[in-house]
Design a protein around this ligand. Structure first.
Ligand code: GLU
Length: 490
């Protein structure tokens, strides 16, 4: 059993977190819980231009919805705070000063125009973009001139010009890059804010992070981070870069594959425990065949050794299947009702009186449990239970086997029988209706079809007799009366 880990989820509040971000959060959380360690939430908000209002709330809401509670971070605080990087600027500056005094960094006075020109020239020559190092070699006099011109310099790292940087990634193994491919990257921007590289490395060290688990796309930054760790004399944490999440076409998952923001999944009616189960399997597996895991099981089994290398396919069909399965097999009717209610509240027409009758909704849920795949289907699937004045066309009611007169006759007889019976249970209703079919020489298919439209306004609905029982005698009589009148009045 690995020792208690300190791991972090370090989102930038630049938009709604998408499923890939949350997969990262989940893996970190699972590992913290598995090892009895801490899960830290750190907000990387140093790129002031990219901050999106409301993004922080979406991040917190997404984590809360899934139950990924953080031991340290916004709202809960903790001994390594503050947990917003924008509140730690003094720390970064102090450490940048240290780097300056040990000659590991230099001030760069290049104007944005010059950098832009340089980038374009590199593009023309089909070279990777890279700072050319001009300010690395400024004389004291030139530096003074830069300061005199009122340019706010950036601070760049002196990347070794030769040699290699290597590190070990738990998933990818040994990785080595030639230092000549890395440029003198910026540590402090001209507004005095640190870049991601500087703040990330300093915070992971100061917050005593033991494992960095993050998406594969950050792998390219890691050699720079390693150089920084070394220059600062810090021991780097264990590196764990998680495999990419791909769409079914094997391209990196993006908007064009459908919903990607976690909040959308919530709004679309997925259960949080399903999202956890599903996301856990994007890049991690227990035995390559078990698919259904409770949160506790995931915590128990989660192991870094079982994180894969290859991209994980986000299969929306599988997610839907899993959601349906959880609703059918893992929720009690009562629980299902609690989850669907907010959707009914939102989605049922305003003329349906609120609050809903709890016992009635629970009966309806029992009927729906086998068919509902998304909580958001609730209003559409149940509307007819609540709307007594159903809207349907006469031809729909008649189907292909009846004319008006015949249908009216049959429905009137049903009305009479229904008002007479005491026992309004599924069995009694089925017995009565089947006897009538025989008596009247009707094919049950057409007869039940007629009744289904009269009671529900639809040709497809949950099983007829269960539906009638749930509706109850009074509603059934009202509906049948309306259908007779509809036929009669034309
Ligand atoms: N702020 C980065 C992000 O938004 C964090 C990357 C990392 O975990 O190092 O994903």
């Amino acid at each position: 059993m690995p020792g208690p880990a300190r791991v972090r989820y370090a989102p930038s509040p630049t938009g709604e977190p998408h499923v890939g971000n949350i997969r990262t959060a989940l893996f970190n959380w699972l590992y913290a819980r598995h090892t009895g360690g801490q899960f830290i939430l750190r907000i990387e908000d140093t790129d002031q231009n990219r901050i999106v209002p409301g993004a922080l709330d979406s991040i917190l809401e997404s984590l809360r919805w899934l139950g990924l509670d953080w031991d340290e971070g916004p709202e809960v605080g903790g001994p390594y705070g503050p947990y917003f990087q924008s509140q730690r600027l003094h720390i970064y500056r102090e450490i940048a000063d240290r780097l300056l005094s040990q000659d590991s960094v230099y001030s760069c006075y290049c104007s944005p125009e010059r950098l832009d020109e340089m980038r374009k020239e590199q593009q023309r020559r089909k070279e990777p973009p890279k700072y050319d190092g001009q300010c690395r070699y400024l004389s004291e006099a030139e530096k003074k001139r830069g300061v005199g011109d009122g340019v706010n310099p950036v601070v760049r790292f002196k990347t070794p010009l030769e040699g290699h940087t290597s590190f070990y990634d738990l998933i990818r193994g040994e990785i080595t890059v030639a230092n000549s491919t890395l440029d003198d990257f910026v540590l402090l921007k001209s507004d005095g804010f640190p870049t991601y590289h500087l703040a990330n490395v300093i915070d992971d060290h100061l917050m005593e992070i033991t494992h960095i688990m993050r998406a594969d796309e950050w792998l390219a930054s890691t050699p720079r981070h390693m150089l920084l760790y070394r220059a600062l004399g810090f021991e780097p944490p264990v590196m764990v870069h998680l495999p990419l999440i791909l769409g079914p076409d094997r391209a990196k998952l993006s908007k064009r594959h459908g919903a990607t923001s976690l909040v959308e999944y919530k709004e679309n009616g997925f259960l949080p425990e399903v999202m956890i189960n599903f996301l856990a399997l994007l890049g991690w597996s227990f035995d390559e065949k078990t698919e259904i895991f409770s949160v506790d099981e995931l915590i128990e089994h989660f192991a870094l050794e079982r994180i894969g290398k290859t991209g994980a396919i986000f299969n929306h069909e599988k997610l839907l299947w899993m959601n349906g399965l959880y609703m059918r097999e893992r929720l009690t009717v009562h629980d299902l009702m609690g989850r669907v209610l907010p959707f009914l509240e939102q989605g049922l027409p305003p003329e349906v009186p609120r609050p809903f009758d709890g016992a009635y909704v629970e009966d309806i849920m029992a009927l729906l449990q086998d068919r509902i795949k998304l909580l958001s289907e609730g209003p559409e699937l149940t509307e007819f239970f609540f709307m007594d004045d159903l809207e349907y066309e006469t031809p729909t009611l008649l189907g292909k086997d009846f004319d008006r007169e015949r249908a009216e006759g049959i429905l009137s007889l049903v009305q009479a029988r229904l008002s007479d019976i005491e026992d309004f249970s599924t069995e009694a209703l089925e017995g009565m209706t089947r006897r009538m079919a025989e008596e009247l020489g009707l094919k049950t298919g057409s007869f039940f079809g007629l009744l289904r439209v009269a009671f529900t306004g639809r040709t497809a609905a949950p099983p007829l007799f269960e539906t009638m029982e749930a509706l109850g005698k009074e509603r059934c009589l009202y509906r049948i009366e309306r259908s007779i009148r509809k036929l009669h009045d034309g």
